[in-house]
Design a protein around this ligand. Sequence first.
Ligand code: UD1
Ligand code: CA
Length: 459
Amino acid sequence: MNKGLAAVILAAGKGTRMRSALPKVLHPLCGAPMLYYPLEAARQADFRQLKVVIGHRSEKVKDAFASDDLTWIEQTDQLGTGHALMCAADSLRGYSGPLLLLCGDVPLLKPGSLKQLQNYHSQQQAAVTVLTAQMPNPQGYGRVIRDGEQILQIVEEKDASEEQRQVTEINTGTYLFDAAFVLSALKGLNKNNAQGEYYLTDVVAAAVAAGKKTRALCIDDPTEVMGINDRCQLAEAEVLMRWKINADLMFGGVSMIDPTTVYIDNGVELGVDTMIHPNVHLRGKTSIGKNCIIETGVVVVDSQIADGVHLKAGSVIEESQIGPSCVIGPMAHLRPGNVLTGNNKIGNFVEMKKSILGEKSQASHLTYIGDSEVGRNVNFGCGTITCNYDGVNKHKTIVEDDVFVGSDCQFVAPVTIGRNSLIAAGSTITKDVPADSLALSRTDQKVIEGWRLRKQKKS
Ligand code: UD1
Ligand code: CA
């Protein structure tokens, strides 16, 4: 039974310092929960059996990650990192490869660094290989006590002597173990320490006592291994991750006037020669094509935008598909479920919901289009409203190709406007209109000449 290399990810902690009802590992970072990143890094480094130790509000954590390669391990009482790995022991029975251990709250770690750690571990044939970092300010971390290449022990800050605290090489909480060794060494752990916990870090000294090799690989970039304990560190990590996302996109041919104010979720795709102005948010499962212009204040959520689209300032687009060469905004609001086929113009203060627009159809000003199917070359005048809701149910408006709608018209749905018709300005349309017709529903204008003068003379 070879299901690939195994990794254990520790995520049972409460995250007290977050001061949150949400489990720490579910706090979002560039659009994905924190735990997503270590899981993904392990996968990309070819670890395919992922065992996640959860405890605090574990149901919520499970619900957030449905995936076949995950095994959930409950740690009901959080008695320390050593105890957490003990909880996973049963599910590792019979596994004899290298065992990776990661913390769920270290989201910036790159797959390449895990690969490097694994290569070094197997090349050295060590029982334990610790990923370490040089930290100018090592406060709070476990210190790595070395004798040359061999590490003798890891001492937690709270247990360290004054001299040991001077050490700036720290334990990142990422390890490669010889699985058989670590599982047997866990049995010898005790809680005789300042925090009264089973420390996983104690397996280093146990390996030394058993005459085994212990090694440390010091990572070049310490920001990769920053642990998130509070919301300030979360924001710091977000800045670093956001910069990386934006830099990768810029190297890939996307322009940003001020990348420090561009907020793009992990996984969003953008085409070459697209220009992003300041203060833009692109979220969720969003893709944007080539040669687009995304102006300031635009928010796009879970939407697909084709090539050559111009999104003008302050527009919000949610769960919609925008075809090529559309121009949208400023200040347009596309709520979920719209399909704009292409070459559409949606102007200022236009709201759309669950509507399909055929090619070249447009609504340039102050319009609401909801639950509608609109053909090609339709023009909605200023102030068109589909009255789609009768207080109980939603109804459809169908507007066929080449219809021209004058300003200030209402369509009381359900209603169908046949192709090539003209709806006169100011009409309230309550009945279907056949093709090629004129529909006009306003009352005839009455003019009483001299009326004003007569009024004025009387008073
Ligand atoms: C741990 C290390 C420390 C290292 C630091 C790196 C130990 C004893 N210390 O300290 O050397 O410098 O990480 O960030 O291992 N967890 C569980 N169950 C538990 C306890 C913790 O799942 O019973 C999880 C937490 O959710 C977290 C991770 O293990 O994801 C680390 O726990 P935490 O309490 O943050 O460890 P540190 O005190 O930071
Ligand atoms: Ca701790």
